[in-house]
Design a protein around this ligand. Structure first.
Ligand code: C5P
Length: 207
């Protein structure tokens, strides 16, 4: 099956880019961050502990991938809890299995996350590693919060981005890093249109 793998740190623009690419090719899209967020939310909602690997993995194994919605999963505490349970190997094993099943859907799929090119779909036809400087990513996240009517301090958002990077890149199981054969796309100085056009050229050359 044709799979396009898109990885990168938080707020690099990979979500928007993945949606546009999936639309352009008529492929199914899975934002794998939502699988970690939905597992975390289920634990929080049921008052279950976030530090019990067996409990978290049990919830992960029962996760329904249909109907995952970022607007319902975007709260800050859900993101924090998601990045905590994402260090647990048993949780990752359960979610990776569901993600690999999704990747088999016809006519093709786009999966985005942190470990798609390295672990989930190492045989993906195209691998993109989308990044941007921490400052640019924090600025985008801050602007998004304000545009949605929320309140935030830029410095706090910046620290949050840095902390998330450290946790994602520093964990032992499936740390965030570009796959060996990934194409790097630094969007720091790019509009989303420019990033999409650059991504398309890479994909066209590979398909
Ligand atoms: O991308 P998003 O911020 O929604 O992801 C939430 C958390 O899930 C991240 O902080 C990251 O730790 C984790 N994650 C992961 N592997 C993925 C996708 C997300 O560990 N493939």
């Amino acid at each position: 099956m044709t799979t396009i793998a898109i990885d990168g740190p938080a707020a690099a623009g990979k979500g928007t880019l993945s949606r546009l690419i999936a639309e352009a090719y008529g492929f199914h899209h899975l934002d794998t961050g939502l699988t970690y967020r939905a597992t975390a939310k289920a634990l929080l909602d049921r008052g279950l502990p976030l530090d019990d690997e067996a409990v978290a993995a049990g919830v992960a194994r029962n996760l329904d991938l249909s109907g995952l919605d970022r607007t319902l999963l975007s709260a800050h505490d859900i993101g924090e809890a998601a990045s905590k349970i994402a260090v647990m190997p048993a949780v990752r094993r359960a979610l990776v299995e569901a993600q690999r099943e999704f990747a088999e859907r016809a006519p093709g799929t786009v999966l985005d996350g942190r470990d798609i090119g390295t672990v989930v779909c190492p045989d993906a036809v195209v691998k993109l590693y989308v990044t941007a400087s921490a400052d640019v990513r924090a600025r985008r996240r801050y602007d998004e919060i304000i545009a949605n009517g929320g309140a935030a301090e830029y410095d706090a958002v910046f620290q949050d981005v840095r902390r998330r990077d450290e946790r994602d890149m520093g964990r032992l199981d499936s740390p965030l890093r570009p796959a060996e054969n990934a194409h790097l796309l630094d969007t720091s100085e790019m509009s989303i249109e420019a990033a999409f056009s650059a991504a398309r050229s890479i994909i066209e050359a590979a398909l």
